[in-house]
Write a protein that binds this ligand. Structure first.
Ligand code: HEC
Length: 205
């Protein structure tokens, strides 16, 4: 029994020694290299996406848990990117929004050069409609989104901002900055706001 304990202790000491001797940061560097090489044949516009902006750099540095001062700086910087509709109307056509929410077009290598408008791919991360059989769960369910918020005016603006640039509210969150990155247009975001906030939309039925 004593000998077994001694062997176990020796194994732990050797394993700890190997762990401590491993070079730090190796993983990140080889992951970067692997991503770069797999994007080598992608269009230049897509290659540019491999360069992190200031917010992404801060989120990587703090592993998505930035200290308060950094989080505040991210929210202020991202909020400043939000462009509002020129006509002041934040809600478009929910029927167009429904098509956009279900479309993942624009995110695949084979979608370049573009032959159709980009989709929002919302269903990949969110439940929207009670009848939908298949949806992702990385984001919260958006079923009854407007109904739960009593279709309030202030909430309409908040949703517009959440779709345009979610990091203005949740620094280092997991939702893409669809408006700020110009992946979706202001008109498309208005249609998505209508999908979530109009009483006639299937999201609120
Ligand atoms: C890659 C996954 C992903 C995609 C795609 C995505 N979202 Fe999100 N969404 C999230 C996550 C995760 C959250 C939780 C907050 C955060 O991390 O920003 C969220 C939060 C939200 C919220 C706020 C919910 C609340 O708690 O009030 C809204 C509204 C929203 N998303 C709408 C959309 C719409 C509309 C689309 C499509 C245009 C979309 N999302 C696409 C992941 C995603």
């Amino acid at each position: 029994m004593k000998r077994l304990f001694a062997i176990a202790a020796a194994v732990v000491v050797i394993a700890a020694g190997i762990y401590l001797a491993l070079p730090r940061g190796q993983g990140a560097a080889s992951a970067d290299a692997a991503i770069k090489s797999s994007w080598a044949t992608a269009a230049p516009e897509w290659q540019a996406r491999l360069l992190q902006d200031e917010t992404q750099k801060a989120c990587s540095q703090y592993r998505n848990v930035p200290p308060k001062a950094v989080a505040d700086a991210i929210m202020a910087r991202e909020k400043a990117t939000i462009v509002y509709p020129a006509d002041g109307k934040l809600m478009g056509d929910w029927k167009k929004g429904e098509v956009l929410a279900q479309s993942g077009y624009g995110g695949r290598f084979t979608d370049y050069p573009p032959r159709a408008e980009n989709g929002g791919n919302c269903y990949a991360c969110h439940q929207l409609d009670a009848k939908e059989l298949s949806f992702g769960t990385l984001g919260p369910s958006l079923f009854e989104y407007g109904k739960n918020r009593k279709f309030a005016e202030a909430e309409v603006k908040a949703v517009y901002e959440r779709i345009y640039n979610p990091q203005a509210a949740i620094p280092c969150g997991n939702m893409p900055r669809l408006g700020a990155s110009k992946f979706l247009s202001v008109e498309q975001i208005k249609d998505l706001v209508a999908l979530l906030m109009s009483p006639e939309s299937p999201v609120n039925k």
